[in-house]
Write a protein that binds this ligand. Structure first.
Ligand code: COA
Length: 202
């Protein structure tokens, strides 16, 4: 269906070019523009805090999308350990060297934000079967709100498939080692909030 509308679009454009006596290089520019339409996904979450599991979803997502907007939600059903601003700052630090990743805050409906930033898709990670029911419900609700936005799922890599932000917070509160679960920036932010990982008696 998409292919047919593309062909029709090209044909109509070609006709307009002839009518207006435009040159062929205009037409080839049009074709290049069509090919270079950016594929942008929004990866939303609470990210309280971001884990290496989330990072892995973003990295794999970059194999499919040209750009990923990591969007930290203000309106979440969770009461968070890190404030909205802190979660945003942590994400910015984690992705500061990745030019194809943009970190944004959002509030209100996710689907409105996706449209506002001109993205074509919502990216979500799937870890285990237990994620499926919740993700399925969210994807279908978002589709009901806007049928033109697709949710794309990426399977978490097996070595991070048991990670969760709650698990990270629990270990951190008990001052256990979280270095294999989160990027270094997260450890720094836990320390800023008074958690001393080095205090632990061996
Ligand atoms: N690696 C590690 N952990 C992962 C993970 C991965 N690949 N994928 C998910 N998780 C974990 C998270 O750590 C988190 O764990 P926690 O429950 O222990 O905190 C949990 O799975 C899910 O968190 P997250 O991915 O951050 O998503 P979320 O469910 O908190 O986010 C929003 C939900 C923000 C996307 C959703 O509430 C939303 O869209 N809000 C805006 C309002 C709106 O539009 N509502 C209607 C939605 S249909």
């Amino acid at each position: 269906m998409r292919l047919i509308s593309k062909i029709i679009g090209q044909f109509v454009f070609l006709l307009v070019c002839f009518q207006k006596k435009l040159y062929f290089n205009e037409y080839s520019k049009f074709l290049t523009d069509m090919k270079t339409t950016e594929k942008i996904a929004v990866y939303p979450g609470t990210f309280d805090p971001i884990t290496l599991g989330h990072v892995s979803v973003v990295r794999r997502g970059l194999l499919v999308f040209d750009k990923i907007i990591v969007a930290v939600a203000k309106d979440t059903h969770k009461s968070t350990f890190f404030s909205f601003d802190e979660r945003f700052q942590i994400l910015r630090e984690v992705f500061q060297d990745e030019p194809r990743v943009e970190v944004r805050k959002f509030e209100g409906l996710l689907i409105d934000f996706v449209k506002e930033v001109g993205a074509n898709a919502i990216l979500r990670g799937l870890r285990t079967v237990s994620d499926f029911e919740y993700e399925f419900q969210m994807a279908l609700t978002n589709r009901k709100l806007d049928n033109s936005i697709e949710t794309v799922f990426i399977m978490a890599e097996d070595h991070v498939s048991y990670f969760s932000s709650s698990l990270v917070k629990e270990i951190a509160r008990l001052e256990g080692d979280i270095s294999h679960l989160v990027p270094p920036a997260v450890i720094k932010w836990f320390e800023k909030k008074g958690i001393n990982f080095k205090k632990k008696v061996k």
